[in-house]
Write a protein that binds this ligand. Structure first.
Ligand code: HEC
Length: 166
């Protein structure tokens, strides 16, 4: 009985992170169908590299209102950066980090009403967020932490890489 209670509690705790239903599906063929518009050493993570892909709708750029069209999907592939045996991030002759393990597929998609039910501190206009493992299965991530970091950037339509897309 005791064991059951512990198991149940741990199940509940695990599901509290992954419980949010995904509005966003994993875009199966993004590596061939989307455009890899930017790749860089992550600006806020000292040991990661990111590759950004956009679907054709997003690649059309912003409308007159400065917003990317509905149906825009941005995929961010997050990689761990290669480290030496002391755990220090190594850089190439270009002074750039080197991609190592593929860690996460982070997605933003703009859909009508996607942000409608979110409180203001998590609302990124009509964008919403999703996180998947590289094999396309859902990754247990707190999507509100994604949302809250992107929220302040209204003038960039909540996209850090906006200037590379508009
Ligand atoms: C602490 C701030 C922060 C958090 C938390 C965060 N991001 Fe971002 N995100 C960034 C920054 C900064 C970039 C620009 C690339 C870079 O430097 O990593 C970015 C880029 C992106 C992009 C490419 C579009 C763009 O904004 O340029 C997507 C998609 C994305 N993030 C999704 C997510 C998802 C999904 C999560 C949660 C699993 C998340 N982000 C959490 C800061 C954050």
């Amino acid at each position: 009985m005791k064991y059951c209670a512990v198991l149940l509690t741990s199940l509940l705790l695990t599901s509290s992170v992954s419980a949010e239903p995904n509005k966003i599906n994993f875009p199966e063929n993004y590596q061939t169908e989307f455009t890899n518009y930017l790749s860089l050493d992550r600006t806020q993570n000292p040991d990661q590299v990111i590759r950004l892909f956009a679907n054709d709708i997003a690649m059309q750029g912003a409308d007159a209102d400065g917003k990317l069209p509905y149906g825009s999907v941005i995929v961010a592939e997050v990689y761990k950066a290669k480290k030496d045996k002391d755990g220090k991030v190594v850089t190439s002759a270009l002074n750039r980090r080197i991609r190592d393990k593929f860690a996460l597929v982070a997605i933003m998609e703009r859909g009508k009403g996607f942000g409608a039910n979110l409180p203001t501190q998590f609302r990124n206009e009509d964008w919403d967020f999703a996180a998947f493992k590289p094999d396309g299965s859902p990754a247990a991530k707190d999507l509100n932490s994604c949302r809250s970091c992107h929220v302040p950037f209204k003038n960039l339509h909540h996209l850090f890489s906006y200037d590379h897309l508009k």
